[in-house]
Design a protein around this ligand. Structure first.
Ligand SMILES: Cc1cc2nc3c(=O)[nH]c(=O)nc-3n(C[C@H](O)[C@H](O)[C@H](O)COP(=O)(O)OP(=O)(O)OC[C@H]3O[C@@H](n4cnc5c(N)ncnc54)[C@H](O)[C@@H]3O)c2cc1C
Length: 398
């Protein structure tokens, strides 16, 4: 089954992740991470500093949904705090927002240690609408964040610095960051401490329960004996024989050609909260990446004909927002991929309800990458039996 389609912009570069071998012998470890997208790369980097970790991917690292992520990395969640109170206490929502801000600092620390080889930038975020109906929600969300001490400004048609019309919008000066998700995964994998225990083109086909852990069997019949397993397979969890772990969607993106003399206020990363929503940002080579038009799926994610219609719709919406680009701007990249959501937007991170030795690391939502950066500490604390206030909101069994 295909979970991405088209020509993703982010891995279409000449800085490929170095090729790792496939597994040719039986091995042992404390923790086996299945899946080397950005989630597996993050887990492998941090957890291999403390545990004996093996990382495997059935294909090449970073080339599945990771390569499709727009990588708008924001502390806000997919839904408004007022909608999330059905699933989390106000206190936990504030904790989730604060964890998002801490995750941005953690990425910054990684970049200052290992260098900026992934087009990392701190960026403001702007969540806006041009509809009177959605405007009420934006104002309520602004008041929630203000009340809890987050640094936010409210823009409306009178003080709007952007080149399109809005009814209202929340601007967060220090709300986010951006990077190339493929190159970030590359840096994480290539700087991890377990270089001899990283394998590509190694598919895990079967998990066999043992007295003290698991035996994972690869497509070539090699065996990996491990105490615990971390499932980081993204939205392809066939290995678990489960279909209903979270809601799954396909999201679509287009990328323009590089633009001359084009920018907007402080390079903010944008999220249009009108339904259907759009998210967009300016890439380092001055292209716009513009995504959205999400569709829910259960079994078959991607239909080519539907995808082409979605790209046309996105192109039309982009030109409606920026009419001066219309008729003179080529679209260079079109692609789509899967993402998931859970009711509380926090993903499936923690001990699974399948077995205590199977942990899930499936970072859902439009801020999945931020959830993974925070969630790896949750996994670390679970592995070392330490309490962590976030275990409850990330839990796959919530
Ligand atoms: C269009 C789009 C835009 C997005 N925008 C954003 C955004 O702006 N910000 C954000 O934070 N998130 C965004 N996301 C979500 C983000 O892409 C995901 O959170 C993230 O990529 C998930 O990474 P992953 O490593 O879990 O999955 P993947 O990158 O899909 O990696 C899973 C890996 O597991 C491997 N695998 C699967 N089964 C097996 C097996 N049996 N054995 C071995 N290996 C296996 C696969 O080969 C694959 O490489 C977006 C997603 C899409 C589709």
């Amino acid at each position: 089954m295909e979970y991405i389609k088209g020509k993703p912009y982010f891995c279409n570069c000449n800085k490929k992740i170095k090729q790792y071998p496939y597994l040719k012998r039986d091995i042992e470890c404390e923790l086996l991470i299945i899946g080397g997208g950005i989630d597996g790369a993050i887990a492998n980097f941090y957890l291999s500093q403390k545990y004996d970790v093996v990382l495997v991917d059935k294909g090449r690292f970073g080339c599945a949904c990771t390569a499709c992520a727009t990588a708008l990395l924001e502390y806000q969640l997919d839904e408004y705090a007022s909608d999330l109170t059905k699933y989390m206490s106000e206190q936990d929502i504030v904790l989730a927002y604060q964890s998002g801000l801490n995750a941005i600092k953690k990425i910054q620390k990684f970049i200052s240690t290992y260098g900026n080889h992934c087009d990392f930038n701190l960026r403001p975020t702007f969540l806006f609408t041009n509809s009177n109906f959605s405007s009420k929600d934006i104002i309520t969300e602004y008041e929630f964040r203000k009340k809890h001490g987050f640094e936010v400004e409210l823009f409306n048609s009178n003080n709007n610095p952007f080149p399109f019309e809005i009814k209202s919008g929340i601007y967060c000066k220090n709300g986010g960051c951006e990077f190339n998700p493929y190159l970030f995964a590359k840096q994480m994998i290539e700087n991890s401490q377990n270089q001899a225990k990283i394998f590509e083109n190694t598919k895990i086909e079967e998990l066999i329960k043992q007295k003290d852990g698991y035996l994972a069997i690869t497509n070539f019949g090699e065996k990996i004996k491990c105490k615990k397993i971390l499932i980081a397979t993204g939205f392809n969890w066939e290995i678990l024989n489960k279909s209903d772990l979270c809601y799954r969607f396909v999201s679509y993106s287009i990328v323009t050609e590089p633009l001359q003399d084009f920018t907007w206020y402080n390079h903010a990363m944008m999220h249009d909260a009108t339904t259907p929503y759009h998210y967009f940002r300016i890439l380092p080579d001055n292209r716009i990446i513009f995504g959205g038009e999400d569709t829910k799926f259960k079994q078959k994610p991607i239909n080519e004909k539907k995808a082409n219609k979605k790209y046309d719709k996105l192109t039309k919406d982009l030109f409606n927002l920026f009419p001066k680009l219309k008729g003179k701007t080529k679209i260079d990249y079109k692609f789509c991929g899967c993402f998931g959501t859970t009711d509380n937007n926090m993903g499936l991170i923690g001990t699974s309800n399948i077995d205590k030795d199977i942990l899930m690391f499936i970072s859902c939502g439009a801020n999945g990458i931020i959830n993974a950066i925070t969630g790896v500490d949750v996994i670390d604390d679970i592995l070392s039996n330490k309490p962590n206030k976030l275990i409850k909101i990330f839990s796959p069994t919530k």
